[in-house]
Design a protein around this ligand. Structure first.
Ligand code: GRF
Length: 209
């Protein structure tokens, strides 16, 4: 039986579409008590997302919601919001969720949705960020955790971490080094957001001392 009496008040919901390695870092951080939260549900828009297995292995509830079962994006996003709310989720973490988040979900969780992106935003938003960095020829890329707004990969930045781009990097080698940083950065950023004592001032995520 889970020890519900000592349950953290911070209840996470994670949205995935694939591999789920960032989900795994969240699961591991909670287990190691580096992250003071409980993981209530993992939702995927794809039935074959490997992250669903990771969640099941950690005894976390999983939901596969097929977008094709819904008449439009709004209804789909409202369904996700309802599933999260009904489980008491207080912070939503996108972890490789390959869909734009629309108003029904944004409005249900204002400034309570986080995303991780494999570049130093605002450079290289959107798909294939690591390839974009290589093609552009930057010497430094990295990872960013940000609040989710209606702007694609454009919300206030909580944390960033730089990763050097090496002369012999391929998309795979650069992605692998950035991913190591992602796994460290995301739980840290989630804890910062959960701890409170911050506000959003224009584009800036501002922590009070
Ligand atoms: C990560 O690189 C993340 O930054 C991006 O999508 C990828 C997801 O990987 N948004 P995983 O599913 O967490 O392994």
């Amino acid at each position: 039986m889970p020890d519900t009496a000592n349950r953290s008040p911070h209840r996470l919901g994670v949205l995935i579409s694939g591999r789920g390695s960032n989900l795994q870092s969240i699961i591991d951080s909670i287990a190691a008590r580096r992250l003071d939260a409980s993981l209530e549900v993992v939702i995927s828009n794809r039935a074959d997302a490997a992250g669903l297995q990771r969640a099941r292995a950690a005894a976390v509830e999983t939901l596969f919601l097929d977008p094709r079962d819904y008449p439009d994006r709004g209804v789909y996003d409202a369904t996700i919001a309802g599933a999260l709310k009904s489980r008491g989720v207080t912070l939503v973490c996108l972890a490789g969720f390959m869909r734009l988040v629309g108003p029904p979900l944004l409005d249900a969780f204002p400034n309570r949705i986080l995303n991780i992106h494999p570049s130093l935003l605002p450079s290289f938003p959107g798909l294939d960020a690591q390839r974009q960095a290589l093609v552009h020829g930057v010497r430094v890329s990295g990872a960013t955790v940000h609040l989710v707004t209606s702007a694609l990969d454009g919300g206030p930045i909580v944390l960033q971490s730089p990763v050097p781009v090496l002369d012999d990097d391929t998309v795979d080698t650069l992605s692998a080094r950035i991913l190591i940083e992602e796994h460290r950065l995301y739980p840290e950023a989630i804890q910062i957001v959960l701890d409170g004592g911050w506000s959003v001032d224009g584009r800036r995520f501002v922590r009070r001392r």
